[in-house]
Design a protein around this ligand. Structure first.
Ligand code: GLU
Length: 606
């Protein structure tokens, strides 16, 4: 089972290789990547069945076929998983601009065969930001929508600086070669995908940005149509400079000045300065992955500012303490009993998340250790709160007796983001989730000061902070805005290992706001509790609970299951839960890759 691009790329790569032999060795020495543009079929959006992909030597999974192909070609040229991730991310900036890019942030995990490295490229608040950042002159929080669509929501972009550090350590190919696919596509044009088109059609605020209005819309204010050949000269120019001159061409340059100008000239301006951007790369992006046991597995994920790994491990850990005699999974579907337990465990995890999780450079872990939230004894205590009937709303707990005077942050919407999973020929595995927060981020574009059409989108990551600095009783929120702080995230790039042998088993993750936590948990349980392959696990219907209503993916669950949940006291709602899971599993003699049928992702490999 292979994606047809693969065959095309293999043939093209081979032809280019043969040609280069005739042309002489010089150009081969200049760049080891001879990027060739693959065929670009138009894919339907909505729910598109994916075949699941078996490969032998390596695998790349990303949310857009052109991005996957770029990673594929980089590994073909001898690149590492991190090299491929960089090329994939640059192409995603171009072809899936609504979800991630150089104007945003990312978390990257890399397994090098011995150790898990974690790189934190989360956006930061400007130095001048304080806890009143999202309050109006009367001290009231701004309407969330206005806060998102403003210069105030933009955090200092982190993706490029973080990737540079990851490349310094894990890169094999030269930095500039990794930009070749994105620059070529930006110059030659790519076909607007159905998903990009649909999201552009549905957007209002993005049309108010003068750069976006001229670039993503035509003179009649119509979104660029599916298949429209879109070139992005501004992005090509910026990427060429970053490729040749390094990240200073972004962080210490007119690109930084232009970002600030765009933010400050917005009708709701932000207070980011050029100095904030200049200072961003002066930090160590490496952080400590959290690795925790679950059944026969060890799962590694991101520490705070992400809440993702802790919440997933809390839910899975709590579930381990619940009645094992019940049937979990029957006829290809999780049972109402299992969902009841899961939703209750989710409420408990989300209650703790709302209280405790914030950037760990600013917020103390309960009792000084984030693992306290995942202690088996604490999770047993939490599991004991789960009964036959729904508990309604859960309260945060006191891990290891912690008594923190912190507020409980109410739910705030999040949506956007992309996930990349890669395993290279050496067995190095990347799990990287990247974001500009909501679809089209802050709805502000920057052309990097090039004056050319196009450019990149600035994130709205700062609305991942609690807009209000305190709760109703005046207790401070762990996730309030503070200068140079990173907003809390739900992104959950994960690597799964065999607990006994230490062998890597899978790389997995998803976009989807706070529901990322549920999507990723579902895929892990599907693969390792219910023994499904990655594709079948991803295909399973989605479900979520953020400490309130139990949400089911619409039209995927039978009426009797919904009734059974209601009978146990759940407020059940149905809606689209558009995950964008990507997963690569290690199987005998190779890899099995899955991509979410709800988005445009594919897997390629050899
Ligand atoms: N900004 C969100 C986070 O970091 C992700 C948004 C999304 O996936 O939709 O958790």
């Amino acid at each position: 089972m292979q994606y047809p691009f693969r065959t095309v790329s293999v043939v093209l790569t081979f032809l280019v290789f043969i040609l280069s032999l005739f042309i002489g060795c010089e150009s081969a020495e200049e760049t080891r990547v001879s990027y060739s543009i693959p065929e670009q079929p138009e894919m339907s959006t909505g729910y598109t069945e994916k075949p699941g992909w078996v490969t032998n030597e390596f695998a790349v999974a990303a949310a857009n076929p052109l991005a996957t192909d770029a990673g594929y070609q980089i590994i073909q040229a001898g690149g590492s998983a991190v090299d491929a991730a960089i090329a994939v991310q640059m192409v995603l900036t171009l072809v899936e601009p609504q979800s991630s890019g150089i104007g945003g942030g990312a978390f990257l995990l890399n397994w090098d065969g011995e150790q898990v490295y974690a790189y934190n490229g989360r956006e930061t608040a400007p130095a001048a930001a304080d806890e009143n950042h999202f309050l109006d002159e009367n001290g009231e929080t701004m309407p969330f929508r206005d806060a998102v669509r403003s210069g105030k929501s933009v955090g200092v972009p982190g993706t490029l600086a973080m990737l540079k550090q990851a490349h310094d350590r894990h890169g094999v190919l030269p930095w500039q070669d990794l930009f070749e696919p994105a620059i070529t596509l930006a110059e030659n044009g790519f076909k607007v995908s159905p998903r990009l088109n649909q999201l552009l059609v549905g957007e209002d605020a993005f049309r108010n940005d003068d750069i976006a209005a001229q670039f993503y819309y035509d003179e009649n204010n119509e979104a660029r149509s599916v298949g429209f050949e879109l070139k992005n000269p501004a992005l090509a120019e910026i990427l060429r400079r970053v490729a040749n001159e390094g990240i200073d061409a972004f962080y210490q340059s007119e690109v930084a000045e232009n970002i600030v100008e765009r933010i400050q000239s917005h009708e709701r301006p932000g207070n980011m300065t050029v100095e904030d951007i200049n200072n961003y790369p002066v930090q160590d992006f490496e952080t400590r992955a959290l690795c925790n046991d679950w059944k026969n597995y060890q799962i590694c994920g991101f520490p705070p500012p992400s809440s993702g790994h802790i919440a997933i491990m809390q839910m899975l850990g709590i579930m381990e303490h619940l009645d094992e005699t019940e049937i979990d999974f029957e006829d290809g579907l999780m049972t109402a009993d299992w969902l009841h337990n899961y939703f209750e465990a989710a409420k408990l995890a989300f209650a703790d998340r709302a209280k405790y999780i914030g950037d760990w450079d600013f917020v103390d872990a309960p009792t000084g250790d984030w693992n306290s939230l995942m202690d088996p004894a604490y999770l047993a205590e939490r599991a004991a709160l789960i009964g036959e009937q729904s508990m309604g709303i859960a309260e945060p707990g006191n891990p290891r007796g912690a008594q923190a005077m912190l507020g409980v942050q109410p739910y705030q919407p999040e949506s956007g983001t992309t996930h990349i999973s890669i395993v290279d020929r050496e067995g190095n595995a990347v799990s990287m989730t990247a974001t500009i927060e909501s679809g089209f981020g802050s709805r502000i574009m920057s052309d990097g000061g090039t004056g050319l059409p196009g450019g990149f989108i600035l994130n709205n990551e700062l609305t991942d902070f609690s807009l209000s600095p305190v709760d109703e009783d005046g207790n401070p929120m762990a996730n309030r805005v503070e200068p140079n702080k990173r907003p809390r995230s739900s992104m959950s790039p994960s690597l799964v290992f065999d607990r006994e042998s230490g062998d890597i088993l899978a790389s997995v993750g998803s976009p989807g706001g706070a529901a990322i936590i549920h999507y990723t948990a579902k895929a892990i349980v599907g693969m390792y509790d219910w023994n499904l392959n990655a594709q079948d696990a991803i295909n399973l219907p989605n479900f979520a609970n953020f400490n309130g209503a139990s949400v089911l993916e619409e039209e995927r669950f039978p009426a009797d299951l919904i009734e059974a949940l209601r009978a146990r006291g759940h407020e059940v709602t149905e809606r689209a839960l558009t995950s964008g899971l990507q997963a690569i599993q290690v199987i005998e003699d190779g890899y099995y890759g899955g991509a979410d049928p709800r988005r445009e992702g594919v897997v390629m490999g050899q």
